[in-house]
Design a protein around this ligand. Sequence first.
Ligand SMILES: [Zn+2]
Length: 96
Amino acid sequence: MLNIEEIQNIFQQVREKISCPKCGYRYSFFDTQLIRSSGNVYFLRLTCQKHHPVIVSVVFVSTKSMKKYDEKITPNQLLDGYKKIKSAKNLKQLLK
Ligand SMILES: [Zn+2]
């Protein structure tokens, strides 16, 4: 089950990415309603003031399992690695 922070995060993401297909209205927090959930799939209703509501389904992947993909290599790390390879005279020195 999701905690309140994770639910808010989903709402936030949905509101950032989805707008009313008819008028481009950006949904506010009050226009976003969680209507049901099944496992890690959540159904949200987004209500535009002028048009029919849109139902979206969201598959939530826990941030805990996402974390390992989140480690990015910075340009500096890349440069350091490159310098190390370039300055090493042989493989033994490189692996030290
Ligand atoms: Zn609309």
